[in-house]
Design a protein around this ligand. Structure first.
Ligand SMILES: [Zn+2]
Length: 342
């Protein structure tokens, strides 16, 4: 099977096309013929490497994928060859207390496809059967592959961590990113008034189409001042943050009394400073969030099928143009997801 592998960390030239032998499946696994794979910021980190983090190389990158079941293990009680599926990106033991209570992303053995095991940037992937999510016949593979990681991440941030309630104001930073464009929609779905923040007017216009009521263009205005103006000096109840160093202090300053900031990433750097006084005086909460419960994908795909959540695809490229896809994501010129087809 054709696959992209990373043997050493570095630039886009480290994304090497290879022809690999298919590996046999175990009784509790399925082989999926990948038709579309979604790119995430995680792919950039896996390719570049992170100081102090050990990735098992070589690895096939890619956390999101959709396709057709090609082979199913003998233990399968559901799914059959030919079924259309998306692949859930989180792998967990399925046996521990966290897994059994539905919090599989807190499993001590939790891993992500394309990070600590082979991912979706290949013609085929072998995954545990419990990682298969059935997808509606009406949903193209290119759209299905745009959903799992970012919608799971955004759902946990907005719903499970921030507990966004109807009428609250939610500030979404990086609203043009995969996670941002999902968070705008999920916050809107839960009745919030969404303020989309981005560095470009065209991305804000697109975020408004997804349900944002207000937009702040960081290239033209000051974040804190604009939030004060829009909220009548009250501040935002919830800030969805994944930018990190470049926006952190402003993000905290934008919170209303009792506000919650949820962070799932630090694309501009992770070392930030924090003044504790507003944290206690204003009763603020700083919440960390990584991935989400696999079970949430069922609700997410139902909302997608009903048209209440939209997968946001910027463009579709063939897998052999993966270097170009990485470059586009690095240059931040995209709104939503880049999808690679095999
Ligand atoms: Zn577990």
């Amino acid at each position: 099977m054709k696959a992209i592998r990373i043997h050493e960390h570095g630039g886009v030239d480290r994304l090497v096309p290879e022809d690999l032998p298919p590996r046999p499946i175990r009784s509790d696994e399925a082989r999926v013929r990948i038709r579309a794979a979604g790119l995430n910021h995680l792919d950039l980190w896996v390719r570049r490497g992170i100081p102090g983090v050990r990735f098992p190389l070589p690895v096939i990158p890619g956390s999101d994928g959709a396709g057709v079941v090609a082979e199913i293990g003998t233990a399968a009680t559901r799914f059959a060859p030919g079924d259309r599926v998306a692949v859930a990106p989180g792998i967990s033991c399925g046996l521990c207390e966290e897994c059994l209570s539905g919090r599989d992303n807190l499993c001590p053995d939790y891993g992500i496809l394309g990070e600590d095991r082979d991912g979706t940037c290949a013609e085929e992937i072998v995954v545990p059967i419990r990682n298969l999510i059935p997808i509606p016949a009406s949903l193209p593979f290119e759209k299905a592959a745009a959903i799992p990681l970012v919608f799971l991440t955004a759902w946990q941030m907005v719903v499970d961590r921030a507990s966004v309630r109807p009428g609250e104001t939610v500030l979404v930073l990086g609203a043009g990113s995969g996670v941002g464009s999902a968070a705008v929609q999920i916050a809107r779905l839960h009745g919030a008034r969404v303020i989309a923040v981005s560095g470009s007017a065209s991305k804000i216009a697109k975020a408004r189409e997804l349900g944002a009521e207000e937009g702040i263009d960081l290239s033209r205005s000051d974040l804190r001042e604009e939030v004060r103006r829009i909220t009548d000096r009250r501040g935002a109840d919830v800030v969805i943050e994944h930018v990190g160093k470049a926006t952190w202090e402003q993000s905290v300053a934008c919170l209303a009394r009792g506000g919650r900031l949820v962070t799932c990433g630090a694309t501009t750097g992770a070392d930030v400073s924090l003044n504790l006084r507003p944290i206690f005086f204003k009763n603020l909460s700083i919440l960390g969030s990584t991935m989400g419960r696999r079970s949430r994908l069922f609700a997410i795909f139902r909302h997608v099928e009903a048209g209440r959540l939209l997968p946001v695809v910027d463009r579709v490229l063939p897998l052999d143009r993966i270097s170009e896809a990485h470059r586009l994501l690095e240059e931040r010129g995209v709104f939503g997801k880049i999808i690679l087809t095999t």
